[in-house]
Design a protein around this ligand. Sequence first.
Ligand SMILES: Cc1cc2nc3c(=O)[nH]c(=O)nc-3n(C[C@H](O)[C@H](O)[C@H](O)COP(=O)(O)O)c2cc1C
Length: 177
Amino acid sequence: MIDLLMERRSIRKFKNVELEADKLDNLVKALLLAPSASNQMPWEFVFVTDRGLLETLATARERGSAFLKDAALGIVLLGESDRRDTWIEDTTIAGILAQLTAHSMGLGSCWVHIRNRMHNDTKTAEQFVKELLEIPEKRSVECIIAVGYPDEQKEPRSEDDLEYGKVYRNKYGLKYR
Ligand SMILES: Cc1cc2nc3c(=O)[nH]c(=O)nc-3n(C[C@H](O)[C@H](O)[C@H](O)COP(=O)(O)O)c2cc1C
């Protein structure tokens, strides 16, 4: 697991290759196996594989979403924000599990943030995504995870990247190492 965590990096360039059905199924499982507060699972997910929709989703934000146009898949993470106040924690934990599972299958992924971001001067990125995918108004859109076969290589993290100075032992300020 530590090796996987060291290796996983955000991938924003993807090969023009579709994902196999079993890989899609595993990503669905990873999301649905995530822990959630009181096991309430206040989430829904939209798996977008349609090229036209991915190209339009890539314009959800002026910056930070363009690479969705080449992804094989965009997983839209929705929260039942009217039902559970932990919907952000619950959906984002599911999201990172999907990213780690993607990496474990040789896929690359990157988070595209949507909540509290703008599409343009007047429309939120959330409203843009909701209208495009016909998502009910009461749902909240957290992010979209772009997934595909990587077309870029990134160095794994090393020990030197780890900021041990942010970790304390017993009392704040007492350095862990
Ligand atoms: C909450 C969150 C929001 C992010 N939003 C975006 C985004 O909108 N666009 C993007 O290109 N990357 C986004 N990222 C990816 C981060 O930029 C990336 O994880 C960070 O730079 C560390 O790089 P690494 O994932 O390769 O370790 C986001 C990551 C997180 C956790």
